[in-house]
Design a protein around this ligand. Structure first.
Ligand SMILES: [Zn+2]
Length: 270
């Protein structure tokens, strides 16, 4: 993307993030992939509502500075996503209050309560807690980046990404709106899930229309299990379960194998 337009866009989205209270103080960070090896990113310790076009940092995909500005300390979250997802050109990280409340409560946003959210965003998994600005955070995100376009990070916040910055921002906004509606419906006595057949129809529509690929049917989608929709990606090695043995060595099971084994054990007990 043209650098001058990218600068304008980041300032505009930064203001929106701040005005909508998705960030306060110097929270959050935004970036755009300018070309194969250059990222334009928000600077460290700067309020996203008060940035200027000349304050933005440029780095390579390993986070090394390519101009005299210091990028956000959480840039590794962005570069991880760019490396794992060639289709992604922009990343938006913030602490929107309702979405972050889910992350603090240890909850994913994965209940099948809103048809449009199933169509356009899919479920938002919760990744394990990792200390910000360290490998812990990016390691916790890795298993989920490929199959999702937005993630919650435990006791921290949310990150959303897309083919351009508006799509990344829209996904973050949908995440926050869904979390808000979910909390409000719980206060009114509880949310009603969509029925299984309605979920199947929505998944079919979203894949036919190209809103989300089949990869979005993933290990973390609670409602796919509930609707009996299988996910071929469950068996991939990065979601395999490794069980270490005290005698040395370890055995790796896929999710299906582990479930089968555990149900055999349970049946033997009965
Ligand atoms: Zn953060």
């Amino acid at each position: 993307m043209d650098e001058s337009n990218a600068r304008k866009l980041i300032i505009e989205v930064g203001k929106l993030l701040y005005e909508r209270s998705y960030v306060v103080s110097s929270d959050g960070n935004v970036s755009i992939r300018l070309d194969e090896n250059r990222v334009l990113a928000t600077p460290t310790m700067t309020c996203k509502g008060r940035m200027t076009e000349d304050c933005l940092a440029i780095t390579d995909l390993d986070g090394n500075a390519l101009n005299d500005k210091k990028a956000s300390s959480e840039l590794a979250m962005h570069t991880l996503i760019y490396k794992m997802r060639p289709d992604i050109k922009a990343v938006c990280h913030a602490h929107p209050p309702h979405g972050t409340a889910f992350a603090v409560a240890g909850l994913a946003i994965d209940a099948p309560i809103l048809s449009e959210v199933i169509l356009t965003l899919g479920c938002v998994p919760l990744t394990d807690y990792g200390t910000p600005s360290t490998n812990e955070l990016t390691d916790a995100m890795k298993p989920f980046v490929e199959h999702h376009n937005a993630l919650l990070m435990a006791n921290h916040g949310a990150v959303a990404y897309g083919a351009d910055l508006w799509q990344a921002f829209d996904r973050l906004e949908t995440l926050e709106h869904t979390a808000k509606i979910s909390i409000l419906s719980r206060a009114l006595g509880g949310a009603n899930d969509l029925p299984k057949d309605a979920i199947s129809k929505l998944i079919n529509i979203r894949e036919k229309a190209g809103y989300l690929p089949a990869q979005a049917r993933c290990q973390a989608c609670g409602y796919l299990d509930e609707a009996g929709i299988t996910c071929e990606h469950d068996a991939v090695s990065d979601s395999a379960f490794q069980i270490p043995f005290s005698g040395g060595g370890e055995i790796t099971f896929t999710r299906e194998e582990l479930i089968e084994l555990l149900s055999q054990v349970a049946n033997n007990r009965n």
